[in-house]
Design a protein around this ligand. Structure first.
Ligand SMILES: Cc1ncc(C[n+]2csc(CCOP(=O)(O)OP(=O)(O)O)c2C)c(N)n1
Length: 284
């Protein structure tokens, strides 16, 4: 790691801290939403949007032609998605204050009805986003567009059948331009992932379905960036990055429990959370 890498990871860490502040403030103000998985996947999406993806908010369209594309398959992670999109320049950060308000473009789950820039398709029904990403990856291959398609899934989401239909489809079509990620925080809506349905060795499952599997620490930017680098290999196989993460990362009372999967902190708890998170880009 040289000095430039250290500078980059420090910058990413600062942005991630701001994104975590955004998540806490948005969900608390709305009085509902999904902070736990948003906080666990913050570092992954920060690295993706601020360093890895080849994208341009100014010329972005819903066809994602000539750019990399991202699909949020775990649609309930809308708070982190909106915060990263806003901070990356897709729409003003001030709009984050409208999360879940009547008439807002920032619905509880991503919607395309009001044309929120950066959102390719609605999501929230688990499993669908990865399938859509595979469809776009096939389309890009057929049209000669060399860009990469990314998708983020939850580990609880990986208990959906549609995930495994897509696993077969993508391997069958040799979609090596598809980079899927799983936020392995081991918690889901009403308990631990293992208690609800039991995924066991997730890496063995993806390997058996014909994918390349990369394992990384989802809170260490060097590890995250190395994983994305490895995932660029075009060897005829789709890629799955299994990111090991902590539910609620960065807020002590939310860490490691499913209790904050879909619950908003009150004003007092939000203040306690914000005191743990550094402000870097200015609150909206
Ligand atoms: C098809 C479908 N089934 C069930 C649900 C309800 N649901 C919403 S989130 C969730 C758990 C997802 O767990 P995970 O992907 O691990 O997300 P995290 O708890 O880490 O935020 C479930 C079952 C849904 N949204 N869609």
């Amino acid at each position: 790691m040289d000095n430039t890498d250290i500078l980059n990871t420090q910058k990413l860490s600062d942005i991630a801290s701001q994104v975590r502040r955004d998540i806490v403030r948005m969900v608390s103000a709305a009085g509902s939403g999904h902070p736990g998985g948003s906080l666990s996947s913050t570092d992954i999406l920060t690295a993706l949007y601020f360093q890895v993806m080849k994208h341009d908010p100014a010329s972005w369209t819903r066809s994602a032609e000539g750019q990399d594309a991202f699909f949020l398959s775990a649609g309930h992670l809308a708070p982190v998605y909106y915060a990263v999109l806003a901070r990356a320049g897709y729409f003003p950060a001030s709009e984050l204050a409208t999360l879940r308000r009547f008439g807002s473009r920032l619905q509880g789950h991503p919607s395309t009805v009001d044309g929120l820039p950066g959102v390719l398709r609605p999501s929230g029904s688990l499993g669908q986003g990865l399938a859509a990403a595979a469809g776009m990856a096939l389309g890009k291959k057929m049209s000669g567009d060399v860009h990469t398609v990314y998708a983020l899934c939850g580990d609880g989401e990986s208990e959906e059948g549609e995930i495994w239909e897509t696993a077969m489809f993508a391997a069958h079509h040799g979609l090596d331009n598809l980079v899927a990620m799983t936020d392995c925080n081991h918690q889901q809506i009403d308990g631990s992932v293992e208690d609800v349905a039991g995924l066991d060795a997730l890496s063995d499952k993806w390997l058996a379905f014909g994918w390349d599997v990369i394992c990384a620490d989802g809170h260490d930017f060097s590890s995250i960036l190395d994983a994305f680098q490895l995932a660029q290999r075009r060897d005829g196989k789709p890629k799955m990055i299994l990111f090991e993460t902590v539910m609620g990362k960065g807020v002590d009372f939310m860490e490691g429990t499913h209790e904050w999967h879909g619950k908003a902190p009150n004003a007092e708890l939000a203040e306690r959370a914000l005191a743990q998170l550094k402000e870097s880009l200015g609150d909206y």
